[in-house]
Design a protein around this ligand. Structure first.
Ligand code: AVJ
Length: 321
């Protein structure tokens, strides 16, 4: 079975499980086809979606310090999980290249397409940069790199992507990273912070409805790829942020009763009026929570970086002594 087929099967099993469950759920992991990627780009450009600019500000403000820290043990591999379009990473790469730091940039992404695009744009922007993109799932590639390459590693995960995981899943994720790290290696990771609940609410329920389209893309994909008949426009996006737990949750809510048939899954499911599908969590953090996660994962916080509006933080971790 090809990787594509494996992913498709996983997606189908997930949809069957999620739509048979009560209450129903579908994971935001499956939003990202080409259209989903494009909608996420649009989200990052929204005035309400403060995360991207805040992290950009952190990297831009602290690039001098980051260069020195990353270069502590001389030549290194800069491994990025989730290549994206690299807007924030490019600031860092430029800083390193301009100062003639000896390093190789290794973006890892599940999408070869994303890696090719990024590599091409980097060849133009920074011709002296050594790029060695790797297609695959994070951990398969990380394991491979850890065994054949003993150079110091700096692993970076930007954008608060960890926020889509609940705490047990986040600990699992961090342990897998820790397991490929040596004493000298660093992990540099973004965690969106708890803040005024309204700021968070607005970031995930934007006035232009881009986030609604982003979530609805899950239903479009099911219609397209599994021969489904979701009346997509009868599902409205709802966002709720719980300031106590720091969890933002997004839902699609049926505004009319309906029966949905998904032929490829031989599945028929009914929605009552106002029935929900839980789609995503975007967890918000504070220092104590990140410290607790790190401790559970065998990591320790070495340094904390913050943007000037105090919205977002990047944490530098090492393995716990
Ligand atoms: C890509 C997981 C960081 O949760 O903030 C944006 C995805 N969802 N708007 C986030 C997302 C709705 C985003 N991450």
């Amino acid at each position: 079975m090809t990787k594509q087929e494996t992913f498709q099967l996983e997606f189908e099993n997930h949809v069957t499980e999620g739509l048979k469950a009560f209450p129903k759920f579908l994971s935001s992991k499956y939003i990202y086809d080409d259209r989903g990627d494009e909608l996420f780009q649009q989200i990052m450009a929204l005035p309400e979606y403060y995360l991207t600019e805040a992290e950009y500000n952190i990297i831009d403000t602290h690039k001098d310090n980051l260069r020195k820290v990353f270069n502590t043990h001389g030549a290194f591999d800069l491994i990025e999980l989730g290549a994206g379009d690299g807007k924030k990473t490019k600031v860092l790469l430029k800083e390193l290249v301009t100062n003639k730091v000896d390093f190789t940039y290794i973006p890892i992404d599940i999408s070869q397409h994303a890696i090719d695009d990024l590599t091409n744009s980097l060849t133009t922007l920074l011709p002296d940069l050594e790029v060695q993109g790797e297609q695959g799932t994070y951990f398969k590639v990380l394991e491979r790199l850890a065994t054949y390459n003993k150079r110091p590693k700096v692993i970076i995960v930007l954008g608060s992507n960890i926020g889509n995981l609940d705490h047990p899943q986040a600990i699992d994720f961090l342990i897998k990273i820790k397991d490929v790290m040596s004493d000298q290696d660093f992990l540099f990771m973004g965690f969106d912070q708890k803040k005024d609940p309204l700021t968070i609410q607005h970031a995930y329920a934007d006035s232009q409805g881009v986030t609604q389209e982003f979530n609805r893309n899950l239903l479009h994909r099911i219609n397209k790829e599994m021969d489904g008949d979701f009346p997509v426009n009868n599902f409205e996006h709802w966002e709720s942020y719980d300031p106590e737990t720091g969890t933002a949750k997004s839902y699609l809510i049926a505004t009319e009763p309906c029966v949905v048939e998904i032929k490829r899954l031989q599945l028929k499911t009914t929605f009552k009026k106002w029935e929900t599908i839980h789609c995503e969590i975007s967890q918000k953090y504070d220092d104590d929570t990140v410290e607790w996660l790190a401790n559970k994962s065998g990591l320790e916080i070495e340094k904390i970086y913050e943007d000037h509006q105090k919205l977002f933080k990047d944490y530098l971790f090492k393995i716990k002594k």
